[in-house]
Design a protein around this ligand. Structure first.
Ligand code: GTP
Length: 206
């Protein structure tokens, strides 16, 4: 059975956990305790093939044994790089991450078959009245970084979120790079732990 590793990256508060929780539980919950990085596991069937998905959710806070961005990039087969459309600085961070992934993971390769493993996601589309990043800017970055582009809302879009994750898993699994498994970022979470996080103490405002 194939193991597919997807890292969800981006700056603090862009909605990385919200997107992952939406995908795994169908629910949008506005409170997350994210004091440690973690890996969520899900068994999936894509095109009739059984896959073990590992989804990496980094911790933006300083925490023990935290992996570096370089380690996260080397670990993953696919990347969801998230920014918040109502926060320009998060877009600049996403831009830097996309460039770093191309450099480290794909070795600056220009080959088309590597293009489909980086997804650029402008989250919080429901906050378009507070928009600081135009859709066209997202599309331009995606085309420069040879990424697939999505604008969506973890809060309001369930089907789109599922479609996006399903597609990156499929693309990463078709990448065909039977690369040797590198050190995984520390921390691993079961569904029970996920539920603890969802009902954790830390409160964030939108
Ligand atoms: N309006 C709106 N708020 C969202 C959306 N997605 C996430 N949020 C809110 O944004 C805040 C941050 O969400 P998180 O999922 O914790 O973001 P994160 O990127 O995992 O943050 P860190 O773990 O701190 O890096 C929370 O208050 C969420 O409820 C969205 O699509 N729309």
């Amino acid at each position: 059975m194939n193991d597919i590793k997807v890292a969800v990256l981006g700056s603090e508060g862009v909605g990385k956990s919200a997107l992952i929780v939406r995908f795994l539980t169908r629910r949008f919950i506005g409170e997350y305790a994210s004091s440690s990085e973690c890996i969520y596991r899900k068994r999936m069937s894509i095109d009739g093939r059984q896959l073990n998905l590992e989804l990496y959710d980094p911790c933006s806070q300083p925490c023990q044994g935290k992996s570096t961005l370089n380690e996260q990039i080397h670990w993953a087969d696919g990347f969801v790089v998230v920014y918040d459309i109502s926060d320009r600085s998060s877009f600049l961070t996403a831009k830097a991450i996309v460039h770093l992934i191309r450099e480290l993971h794909l070795g600056g390769s220009k080959s088309r078959d590597t293009d489909s493993v980086i997804f650029l996601v402008g989250n919080k589309q429901d906050l378009c009245h507070m928009r600081e990043v135009d859709r066209e800017e997202g599309q331009k970055l995606a085309s420069e970084g040879r990424c697939q582009f999505y604008e969506l809302s973890a809060a309001e879009h369930y089907q789109e979120v599922v479609l996006m994750f399903s597609k990156i898993v499929r693309n990463a699994s078709l990448g065909g790079k039977a690369k040797e498994r590198r050190r995984r970022p520390s921390g691993s979470k079961s569904m029970a732990k996920l539920i603890n996080n969802v009902f954790g103490k830390r409160r964030k405002s939108v």
